[in-house]
Design a protein around this ligand. Structure first.
Ligand code: FAD
Length: 307
């Protein structure tokens, strides 16, 4: 029986682990399919406080993990596939083995949706990004492309015009899902060029480990061409990793955890941390802050229950 099991080993889970371990709760962290979380697939992180020269994403999350282990946190490889939150202790199925815990911290993140092209996957963190706030500043006076047709794509495109010389917004349909106000703002921005009814066939150049351009295609009339870009931003949404908790934890229509104040979910003793609940900020520092909140709340909950 555990005091606390933390589901996820990104910034939120690792920070929760540091706090819970220092509170002597001996937390178990389930690392999941992506140990270290989203920062493990990026390169330089320039906006995490405390690193004036920046720090590589994998180093940052690895340091957090080491810090948590120093205080007694335990990490296991594996994924939570099923959860029984109907009574306490809560039960989690971790790759076939059930574990019990008095409290849970769900820090399972929200994975970016990608186009799924092999060239795109190879270049994530090397010019391919899902986060303009994180990576926009690397493209000062350079050409970038944003993929998507919703509000996020418009917001990312507008934001990127602060740095980039030109932003091409590519959408596979001719109608946009974005709200009128966001679309109008993007259309009024002279740096943003729109390409409708256009799909991406390939991101160049995986062999050089950097983005140099994109192969685009339109169907009617058939046209295929290459366009030079240096940054490629995919803004087609995120998928919160909440499947094992569906039907038990309150989720919004897109699957994000609905907060019941602070780090609380609708179930007492189950706390949320990071991108799995946060559709607004999605940053390493906000996820870390949320992990701290969740661990403090878990500790106070256990204390109040006399554990
Ligand atoms: C390419 C890229 C670059 C970025 N650059 C920056 C940047 O420069 N600065 C910045 O502030 N932010 C950046 N971000 C955003 C930042 O990475 C996220 O906001 C942050 O990682 C969120 O942390 P998290 O712990 O909430 O979730 P995540 O990092 O997504 O971690 C989720 C964790 O949950 C685990 N998990 C998921 N499902 C399960 C399950 N069923 N069972 C067990 N474990 C599970 C995963 O394995 C993972 O360890 C970037 C994101 C990307 C994709």
């Amino acid at each position: 029986m555990r005091n606390v099991i933390i589901i996820g080993s990104g910034c939120a889970g690792n920070t929760a682990a540091i706090y819970a371990a220092r509170a002597n709760l001996k937390p178990l962290v389930v690392a999941g399919h992506e140990p270290g979380g989203q920062l493990s697939i990026t390169t330089l992180v320039e906006n995490f406080p405390g690193f004036p020269e920046g720090i590589d994403g994998p180093d940052l999350v690895d340091n957090m993990k080491k810090q948590a282990e120093t205080f007694g946190a335990e990490y296991v490889h594996g994924t939570v596939t099923e959860a029984d939150l109907s009574k306490r202790p809560f039960r989690l199925n971790i790759d076939g083995e059930w574990q019990e815990s008095l409290t849970l911290i769900i820090a399972s993140g929200a994975s970016a949706r990608w186009l799924g092209l092999p060239s795109e996957q190879k270049l994530i963190g090397h010019g391919v990004s899902s986060c303009a706030t994180c990576d926009g500043a690397f493209y000062r006076d350079r050409k970038v492309m944003v993929i998507g047709g919703g509000d996020t794509a418009m917001e990312e495109a507008n934001f990127l015009t602060r740095f980039a010389s030109e932003v091409t917004l590519v959408h596979r349909r001719d109608q946009f899902r974005a709200s009128k106000v966001m679309l109008d703002r993007a259309r009024a921005n002279p740096k943003i060029k729109f390409l409708h009814n256009t799909v991406v066939d390939e991101v160049h150049d995986a062999s050089k480990n950097e983005v140099t351009g994109v192969r685009l295609r339109q169907a009617d009339p058939e046209k295929v061409w290459d366009q030079e870009v240096h940054g490629f931003f995919v803004a087609i949404g995120h998928i919160p990793n909440t499947k094992p908790f569906t039907g038990q934890i309150d989720l919004d229509r897109d699957g994000y955890i609905v907060s019941h104040g602070g780090a609380q979910t609708n179930i007492k003793g189950v706390f949320h941390a990071g991108d799995v609940q946060d559709r607004a900020y999605r940053q390493a520092i906000t996820a870390a802050g949320a992990g701290c909140m969740a661990a403090i709340e878990a500790e106070r909950f256990l204390e109040a229950e006399g554990h």
